[in-house]
Design a binder for this molecule. Structure first.
Ligand code: MF3
Ligand code: CO
Ligand code: CO
Length: 271
């Protein structure tokens, strides 16, 4: 068989970790790079073009171009868009908007998948709390990762953070196994019960990418076949990292130095 074997949970070795560090770094650097451009007046098509150029300039190919007919280098999901927003010249970012930008560079055959929230100008109090909570939920999920824990533990940790703030976690769209295949087994549901689901073992690679809604959890797919919105049009936020299970815990492949320095990840663009 040519190329990576189809869907199954894979347990990777040292060379694969090394490759994923490179792909993950390009994803993180793309998200660092785009921050200063997320300002009122920019179109999501312009942001997409900048992300594409950055990835190509660093020797990577955007995995989303040609993926099930998708034509863009990123997904950009503004305000009540939950995920898979399609970049468009008509979609202009306005003061106070919040946006998720999601990129997946392929470098030497390996995928680094990551997304962050950005704010154009000043966010509302609710938007800031939603973004902070979503980041905290993602990190709570990631820190639950260790050999012997389960995906139920990861989902439960995420949902507990959401519930504490009376936000809801979207369950229809999931994290996923990743590596030489973009979307592989297992599915990583952003909710669940402790001790249930797939047991984690060293060498597993997957994404953790919770979507939290300020209102109800219900979502709707628009007629374009991609854009997912909240049914009640409440705000939604998402963060995503690509991670590995290690012998002692986890490794985040898509972490950037800039992400860790400010108190809040999203203030990268708040200016
Ligand atoms: N990057 C998204 C994810 O986190 C997938 C986007 S697929 C696309 O899994 F085709 F919509 F771009
Ligand atoms: Co993903
Ligand atoms: Co993604």
């Amino acid at each position: 068989m040519r190329g990576p074997a189809a869907r199954s949970i894979k347990y990777h070795g040292a060379a694969a970790f090394e490759a994923m560090r490179k792909a993950g770094r390009i994803a993180a650097e793309t998200l660092d790079f785009i921050a200063e451009y997320v300002q009122p007046g920019v179109s999501t098509a312009q942001l997409d073009a900048l992300c594409e150029q950055y990835m190509r300039d660093h020797g990577a190919t955007p995995a989303t171009i040609g993926y099930h007919g998708y034509r863009h280098a990123s997904c950009i999901s503004v305000n009540h868009v939950v995920t898979h927003g399609i970049p468009s010249a008509e979609k202009i970012i306005r003061e106070g908007d919040i946006a998720n930008i999601d990129v997946t560079p392929i470098f030497e055959g390996w995928h680094g998948d990551s997304s962050r929230m950005y704010v154009a100008g000043e966010p509302s109090k609710l938007a800031a709390r939603l973004i902070d909570t979503t980041y905290e939920a993602m990190m709570a999920g990631i820190t639950a990762i260790r050999p012997g824990a389960t995906l139920g533990d990861v989902g439960y940790a995420i949902q507990q953070v959401a519930r504490r703030e009376r936000f809801s976690s979207v369950l229809e769209y999931c994290g996923h196994g990743i590596g030489q295949i973009f979307h592989d087994e297992p599915q990583v549901v952003h909710g669940g019960r402790p001790g249930e689901g797939v047991e984690l073992r060293p060498g597993m690679f997957f994404t953790v990418e919770p979507m939290l809604n300020a209102g109800r959890a219900a979502v709707k797919l628009l007629n374009d076949g991609w854009t997912v919105v909240t049914r009640d049009r409440s705000l939604s936020a998402q963060f995503e990292h690509t991670v590995a299970v290690t012998d002692t815990g986890f490794e985040i492949f898509t972490l950037s130095a800039e992400e860790l320095s400010p108190e809040k990840a999203y203030t990268l663009s708040a200016g």
